[in-house]
Design a protein around this ligand. Sequence first.
Ligand SMILES: [Zn+2]
Length: 415
Amino acid sequence: MADLVINRDRLLERHRLMASFGDTGNGGVIRPALSDEETAARSAILDLARERGFICSVDPIGNLFIRRNGEQGNQAPLRIGSHLDSQIPGGNFDGVYGVIAAFEVLETLEDRAISTSVPVEVVIWNNEEGARFSPTTMGSGVHAGALPLDQALAARDTNGKRVDEELARSLEKLGQLFRIGLGTESSGYIEAHIEQGPVLEASNTPIGVVTGIQGIIQLQVTVSGEEAHAGTTPRSRRRDALFTALDLIADLRALTTDPDDEVRFTVGRLSVLPGAPNTVPSNVVFTIDLRHPSEKILETIHAQIIEVAATFRTSCHIDAVTTLASPPVCFDADIRSLIETSATSLHLKSAAIASGATHDAKFMGPLCPTGMIFIPCRDGISHNEKEWAEFEHMVAGADVLLRAVSKWASPDIAN
Ligand SMILES: [Zn+2]
C-alpha cells in the first residue's frame, strides 16, 4: 500500500490532451456543455476507457459513466468524477481536474490489478457550469431527482438550441454506449476539484478535506418611492428610492459583517428607474445573495434581513422577496475521515474546508455517503483563463483519491 500512487506522467499527458479541446490560446478553454469541443473531450476519454476494457454508459440527461467492475458485479458502484464543460471562457482545472484524476485512479487500479469489492465508476456530469444552459449542475440535479428531466431537456441556450437536440447530436459522435436510468444507486461519491478560493494556498496546504457546501439564499428587494423634479423638490418632500436602497444596503452590510468572515453577502444587481439624470428615482430593485455553511446561521441572518427591510424607517415602500433557498450540504463524516487519513498516509498536510462554490457533489450528498477533495489554485482565481493549479498538487489530490477509493473498495488494502 505504501507505494500505491498514480502515474504522474500519464496524469500530465491527460491534462494536456484535455486542454487541447476548446483551447483559446490564452491558457484557457471555451468548452460549453454539449458543444463540439466538449463532445471531443468526452469522446477522447471514452476512447481511452474502451481501450482499457471499461464499460461506458450514458443516462437520459447525458451524464457519462465509466465502470471498472468489482468482485461482486451487482453491487452499487463507488462513483468518482466531476465535469468537462467550462465557463465561456474558463480555465483548464475547474471540473476537468476531477475527471482526469478519477480516470487516473481507474487506470492505476487496472495497472496494479487491484480488485475492488464494488465497481468503481468515473462520472462525467453534464452541464455543471450552467454557462450554456440553465440551471447549473443540471446533470447531477436530474440524476438526483431534484430537477425534472423534461424541464432540463427543454432548456435552451442563447441561440435557441435545446438540450435534447444538442444531446442527441453529441451522442451520435460518442460511439456505442450502454443506456442506464436516472438515479442509479451509488455506494459512495468522491469528487476532486480545485478550491476556487485562496484558503489552501495561503496556508500552504495541499489537500482540503471538504466539510460541505454552503447554503445559498437569494432575495429580490424592491424600493418604491416617487418621481420628482431634481431641481425644485426639497429634501423633506422627496421619496427617493435610490437613497433609501443605499441606506438599507449599508445597514445590511453592517449586519452581515461577521468577525470570522464566514458570511458571504453580495448585492450583484441594482436597477434604478426612471433612470433620468434630472428626476428623483422612484423605483429601485436590487438582489441579495447570502451564503453560509451553517443552516442555522443562514436562517438567522435571512430572518434578520427580512426584519430590517420590513421595519426600515423611510417614506418609501420596501418589499423583500426570497427567490432561492438552498440549504447547506454537510458531507459524510466517514468519507471525510477517509480522505484525511489517506492524506496522512501519503505524508500530505490536510485541512478541513467548507466549499464556497456549488458542485455536483451537492446533489450526491443526500443520495449516498459523499465527500470532496480540494487542491489549491493560484490566488484563488477560477472561472478565468488564468486559473492555475500546481502539478504537484494535482498529483497529491489524485494520490489521495486513489488511496481513499482503495481503502473504501478494496478488501485487501488496509492502510
Ligand atoms: Zn467545477
